[in-house]
Write a new protein. Structure first.
Length: 73
């Protein structure tokens, strides 16, 4: 009975770990990372949104913004 119990635990545990590691984690990353950036942009205000927009334009389109919003000393 002990062997059957351990076999049953393994049959439930291993597919669950596989499903979480290889299926759910990438899906969660695709949803949570952009959502977190959007939340930070909402909280941060206009200066954060401008910097985020400049960063995304440069990263995805290779376009460097003509004006920079950060103040350099």
């Amino acid at each position: 009975m002990y062997v059957l119990n351990k076999l049953g635990q393994g049959l439930i545990f291993f597919p669950t770990i596989f499903c979480f590691s290889y299926i759910l984690r990438p899906i969660l990353m695709v949803i949570l990372i952009p959502g977190g950036l959007a939340l930070l942009a909402l909280i941060g205000g206009a200066e954060v949104r401008a910097e985020l927009k400049a960063m995304l334009l440069e990263e995805f389109f290779g376009v460097s913004p003509s004006h920079t919003t950060s103040k350099k000393a």
